[in-house]
Design a protein around this ligand. Sequence first.
Ligand SMILES: [Zn+2]
Length: 154
Amino acid sequence: MDLGLVVQMTVAAPPSAPCETVQVIAADTSSSDLEADRVSVGVLVLPGRCWRCRQVTYPIVGVLGPGGAFRPFAEVAEQLAATLPESTLREIGTGPIQQRRSRVGSYLSNGCVHCDAIQGEFPLREDLAAFRAEGGTLADLLVGEVCLPRTATT
Ligand SMILES: [Zn+2]
């Protein structure tokens, strides 16, 4: 019995950078001087059935910035599209963020993860309003965090 033996377990400690990603969302690692210009925001998704294929998809409805300030998807779509690779969006359960045509014109939009149909900005806002009216909180919709340029959230 080697009771004196201490087994050394080396656990890879996660980097302690303040703007590190959590959960499923991966972001590119940036140098420390760049990180000062970036801020970690929570990504909010609202599961719903696609109007076209009727399967469940998880469009991004917005982000939670510092202090819990909500920014709707339309305000950060460009930054999200530039930051989140298609593979990460697929892990979240939504399609690529790209220009899609709708009745009101073409804009940067969520797409169904199954059939890529546009998940329109206006219906999403209505669904989110209904969700909150029924007592849902934005924190319930948090799927992960991502670093965005600070200008996108201030
Ligand atoms: Zn669909």
